[in-house]
Design a protein around this ligand. Structure first.
Ligand code: B12
Ligand code: SF4
Length: 468
């Protein structure tokens, strides 16, 4: 079979911030392992709109000719309209093969998508390597694919939604949950078809993304990770062996001249002793391989503040750790509790001091605005930024989106809370809410128009500076 896997262009992301789509890399790799031809078309590379993407899919430029199956990935909720119009264009262009949709948003929103949109045949729910391989196997052999675990039959879901089936069938549309991949080492390394293009357009070091673990032990109210893995039976947090991860890094260095790795694990640190030991194993393996000729490779990852431990991070630094992305989010306890971070302001400070002392570069995530934010809290957070980074230039490079508002995503505890409270506005493409404090609403509205150029935060910091 010829499989085409498509990633949509994301107008909200600066082109230089776009990344290789590892999920599609994994799906292409499992398809090839099963003997199929696979092509990845990444719309983010050239910011291709749905009609141009559809034309590329229909042309089937890569090996194997035109597609017999097209897989559409929806990573962000905002991309749902573009994904649906791509599917309309594909059908309008005469594509008669199977179209499957997958990703985080479809995992939570398949009922709505099936009810409101036509044109696709199935939706892959949750982690999809095994589901996808089975779907391809069934289609190639001309077998019935309905009933494959982890796959929603869109026609059945539409029929159920139209009231033709029982309530129970409507709720599940015949979906059988597929257990999570128990041993991540059994997966092939992701296909790297688009890596050269991403490397070519980014200045500086040759960077590649690697996924070493899946799942997170946290339960932050705004994050869909927990629900995504809870959608399938099995242990949510899994980690690849240090040998497998280092083999993949070696291949990236050898085949693509990669000099740095960005680990895109939900949280690089797994739970408790197991998580710590796995991180130590990887550090030791990288150090050992370096002694046997692997060039020094710098790496970065994201973790929770409570994962920062001086001894462990010293070892990781020796192995190549250069930069840590920390989900600090806020420096007021009310906000940390609202986000269900299960950390204190003191934990945040401790982690930052430890990383500073170790000489590691730190980038922090802040969520300045949430539904209950007060002006005092905004000032407390701005004071913290000023105290930590001083100049605006430093804030800009060390804080990811400083003028950030808490966004609501499907499948998150936050979505459920706001819905229960009757405060959830908009629709799933872009949920919205009103700030409780009208002054905060005004500050955010004024600031959000200018946040791209950073003026509000610079002004705010200057105002703070002028205070006695
Ligand atoms: C890397 C990453 C990015 C990269 C780019 C993503 C990319 N090209 O893959 C960058 C840095 C650009 C990015 C930006 C943002 N991100 Co981001 N990002 C991630 C992250 C950490 C890893 C992605 C990854 O590699 N996953 C691993 C692969 C294996 O999983 P996967 O892509 O989901 O694919 C699997 C399944 O979903 C499924 N699948 C996926 N596609 C398809 C297609 C088909 C056909 C099939 C069958 C199956 C299938 O099968 C795959 C294999 O199992 C995820 C978290 C996560 N764990 O996914 C967040 C995540 C995708 N990001 C998220 C968010 C919120 C953002 C930001 C808004 C953050 C911010 N505040 O700025 C911005 C987006 C700005 C915008 N939209 O304008 C959310 C999305 C929530 C949502 N419902 O929309 C996530 C899920 C994090 C979270 N848990 O909340 N992000
Ligand atoms: S620590 Fe990160 S990945 Fe884990 S639940 Fe919180 S936001 Fe999500």
């Amino acid at each position: 079979m010829k499989v085409v896997l498509v990633n949509l262009s994301h107008p909200g992301i600066r082109p230089e911030d776009e990344e290789e789509h590892l999920g599609l890399g994994y799906l292409a790799a499992v398809a090839r392992r099963a003997g199929h031809d696979a092509e990845i078309i990444d719309g983010t590379l050239e910011r291709l709109p749905p009609p141009r993407l559809a034309r590329l899919c229909l042309e089937g430029a890569g090996p194997g000719g035109p597609a017999t199956l097209i897989g559409v990935s929806v990573i962000f909720q905002e991309s749902i309209p573009a994904a649906m119009s791509l599917i309309v264009e594909l059908r309008r262009g005469g594509f008669e093969g199977h179209i499957v949709v997958g990703g985080h948003p479809p995992t939570f929103l398949w009922r709505e998508l099936c009810r409101e949109h036509a044109g696709f045949d199935s939706v892959a729910v949750g982690e999809a390597e095994e589901t996808f391989a089975e779907l391809l196997g069934a289609l190639a052999a001309g077998r019935d694919w309905t009933g494959i675990a982890g796959l929603v039959d869109a026609a059945a879901a539409r029929q159920a939604a139209s009231g033709a089936a029982s309530a129970a069938a409507a709720a599940s549309a015949g979906l059988t949950l597929r257990p999570l991949v128990a041993d991540l080492d059994t997966l092939p390394f992701p296909a790297r078809d688009t890596l050269p293009a991403f490397i070519a357009r980014s200045p500086g070091a040759r960077v590649a993304s690697v996924l070493r673990s899946r799942g997170c032990y946290g339960s932050c109210s705004f994050c869909d990770t927990r629900a995504f893995y809870a959608a399938s039976p099995g242990s949510a947090w899994r980690v690849r062996s240090a040998a497998s991860v280092t083999d993949e890094i070696e291949a990236l260095v050898r085949d693509h001249g990669v000099q740095a790795i960005r680990f895109w694990d939900d949280n690089f640190m797994g739970p408790g002793k197991r998580g710590r030991e796995a991180a130590e194993d990887l550090a030791r393996e990288l150090i050992r391989r370096r002694a046997h000729g692997l060039p020094a490779v710098r790496f970065s990852f994201e973790c929770r503040v409570t994962d920062v431990d001086a001894d462990l991070f010293r070892l990781l630094k020796e192995a190549g750790l250069g930069r840590v992305f920390l989900g600090v989010e806020a420096m007021t306890q009310r906000q940390l509790d609202y986000f269900d971070k299960k950390v204190t302001v003191a934990d945040n400070r401790r982690a930052l001091v430890t990383l500073e002392e170790l000489g590691l570069e730190v980038v922090i995530g802040m969520i300045m605005f949430d539904p209950e934010t007060t002006v005092e809290e905004l000032n407390a957070n701005l004071a913290f930024l000023k105290e930590s980074f001083g100049a605006w230039g430093a804030v800009k490079s060390r804080v990811a989106s400083p003028w950030n508002r808490l966004e609501v995503y499907a499948g998150t505890p936050l979505e459920a809370t706001l819905r229960e409270q009757g405060r959830l506005k908009g629709d799933y493409v872009r949920y919205d809410y009103d700030f409780a404090d009208p002054t905060v609403a005004r500050i955010y509205a004024g600031g959000s128009a200018l946040r791209q150029v950073g003026l509000p935060i610079r002004d705010a910091i200057n105002r703070l500076r002028r205070r006695p």
